[in-house]
Design a protein around this ligand. Structure first.
Ligand code: ZN
Length: 164
């Protein structure tokens, strides 16, 4: 695994599903640290491995660092176990689609299962920004970007203003 800077859509690597990470090795831990560094440098709150060209099911998230309470989190091989029927619509930006924000409707709450950096199985119910961000990043692991989550009309309108 190597990691460079952030890929920008329509880089084809952003449209491919990623492979499971499997056992958490020192290499995986190093990748996670590098991803957090790249995310903070880009002033983002979430980053998925394929966004730096690593096609592995891993993402990092820090919902609070911009408000002065950093909480870096790493999710290896995340799986959405359950999603609420209740949905929430909100604006989403993406470090790989600079300058674009799109209204995306998603389940308001999810139950997420993943492996942490100690290799331990974790499960947690996520709400609010955490739920939205995790779903956005897991989309990246499945080769799905914001443009794929809006209507054809919205997509055309957004693309007409997109200057990567
Ligand atoms: Zn994104």
């Amino acid at each position: 695994m190597s990691a460079g800077s952030i890929l920008v859509w329509p880089d084809p690597r952003l449209s491919h599903a990623c492979a499971p990470v499997g056992p958490v090795t020192d290499e995986v831990r190093a990748l996670a640290q590098q991803m957090l560094k790249v995310m903070y440098a880009a002033k983002g709150r979430g980053l998925a491995a394929p966004q730096i060209g690593v096609m592995s099911r891993l993402f990092v998230m820090d919902a609070g660092w911009k408000d002065g309470h950093a909480e870096p989190r790493v999710f290896v091989d995340p799986v959405i176990e359950a999603a609420s029927d209740a949905t929430d619509t909100g604006l989403e930006g993406c470090l790989s689609i600079p300058g674009i924000s799109a209204e995306v409707t998603r389940p308001a709450e999810i139950t997420l299962r993943w492996t942490d950096l100690d290799g331990a199985a974790r499960r947690e119910r996520l709400t609010g920004f955490h739920a939205r961000c995790a779903q956005h990043e897991i989309d990246h692991l499945d080769g799905i970007v914001t443009f794929d989550r809006v209507s054809a009309i919205q997509r055309a309108a957004l693309l007409s203003t997109y200057l990567p």
